[in-house]
Design a protein around this ligand. Structure first.
Ligand code: GAL
Length: 367
């Protein structure tokens, strides 16, 4: 009799475990939720695809969504991930409105990694992975300084520049601008470089909001460039435009090229960018855009997946090619542990080596 009781108990325990694991399995139909901000900037499509593939290759059940630059939509997508039982979220936010769901995730014991964009105004997460965005800006500023040979320009005949910045809701935009102005500011102060239009010297200056571009929208940048050409820049010849990324650079170039002063590649001012988008690499090859900055989304995604894997398995993160910064990235409520990958400066001289030799683009894609 006793043997039967013991056997029945054992069977019940096994059944319970199967059910529990099954329940746990069905409740947690997801391990990693990946929330990207938008698709209108090409790079996020590459980031999302690489993150999904990397998470799945590492053995995790993962899903990716795109927020169409609408934080309410992205919050709903993140809520869905939480409902599905996600254990970790990788979030490229649109603005601070993401904080409510980041807080909710943290209260559910869900790990949140800020991806490429710092989640400001939050103390509910611990890790951030991005590129050295101040260095991205330095590349942009240095490209202008070298292209215009500012070191040898006198204040009696200054060069003319107009300034654009990224989205005012994107903390990266501050780093890009401050990096660029760390190179250009001395030339403005010496009089060798004349700023046409609003002239903030730091992202903390009030005038920064007048050069910022809502949600990185190309149509907003194009309209502002057209307005400058009809007003502040009407009676001057621009030698450079500080454009914070490729999408905006091409929109600005489109507006410039429609003005008789700049309707050939030889008369276009020096225009900067970043992200290494295909259309901009072609524009650099053809002499319309001056430079871009390559931030290899394959590396950023691989680093984020490696970080996620370490955090989910309780092991110490070790991210190839990234340096750990534990002092700079302050959300306003805490300083988060930040892994920074190295960006690469790209001009007409090295675009083939950077993009084709690395396999990021094929010859055909750049044709
Ligand atoms: C930034 C990102 C840049 C830029 C921009 C547009 O946060 O670091 O690569 O492209 O967003 O989405």
């Amino acid at each position: 009799m006793k043997r039967i009781a013991l056997l029945s108990l054992a069977l019940l325990m096994v059944a319970g475990m199967v059910f529990a694991s099954g329940a746990a399995e069905s409740r947690a139909g997801l391990d990693i939720g990946i929330a990207m901000p938008e698709t209108h900037v090409e790079r996020w499509q590459r980031d999302g695809a690489a993150l999904l593939a990397g998470a799945q290759a590492a053995g995790y059940r993962a899903e990716v969504t795109y927020g169409d630059a609408d934080q309410g939509r992205q919050n709903q997508q993140i809520q869905d991930f939480i409902t599905k039982g996600a254990r970790l979220l990788i979030v490229g936010n649109i603005n601070e409105g993401v904080n409510s769901v980041v807080r909710e995730a943290a209260e559910d014991g869900i790990i949140v990694i800020a991806y490429d964009r710092l989640i400001t105004g939050s103390d509910a997460y611990d890790y951030y992975i991005t590129f050295d965005n101040f260095k991205v800006g330095e590349f942009q500023g240095r490209a202008i300084a070298e292209a215009l040979d500012l070191a040898n320009v006198s204040s009696s005949s200054p060069k003319n520049i107009t300034l654009f910045a990224g989205s005012p809701t994107d903390n990266n935009a501050n780093f890009f601008f401050d990096g660029a102005m760390s190179i250009l500011r001395p030339y403005v102060q010496s009089g060798a470089l004349n700023v046409v239009g609003p002239a903030p010297l730091r992202s903390s200056d009030a005038a920064f909001t007048r050069i910022a571009t809502e949600n990185w929208r190309a149509d907003v940048a194009k309209a502002r460039m057209e307005n400058l050409l009809s007003n502040d820049a009407r009676d001057v010849v621009l030698d450079a435009v500080l454009a914070p990324n490729d999408t905006l650079a091409r929109a600005i170039i489109e507006a410039l090229a429609a003005d008789a002063k700049y309707d050939t590649t030889d008369t276009l001012p020096v225009v900067t960018g970043q992200d290494g988008e295909i259309a901009s690499v072609q524009a650099i090859r053809d002499g319309r855009q001056y430079m871009t900055v390559f931030k290899d989304t394959r590396d950023l995604a691989a680093g984020a997946v490696a970080l996620a894997d370490a955090l989910l398995s309780g092991s110490a993160p070790s991210i190839a090619g990234a340096r750990l910064d534990t002092e700079t990235y302050d959300t306003g409520l805490k300083v988060v542990r930040s892994y920074l990958l190295e960006p690469v400066n790209v001009t007409a001289e090295n675009y083939r080596q950077v993009f084709i030799d690395s396999g990021y683009y094929t010859e055909a894609e750049l044709r």
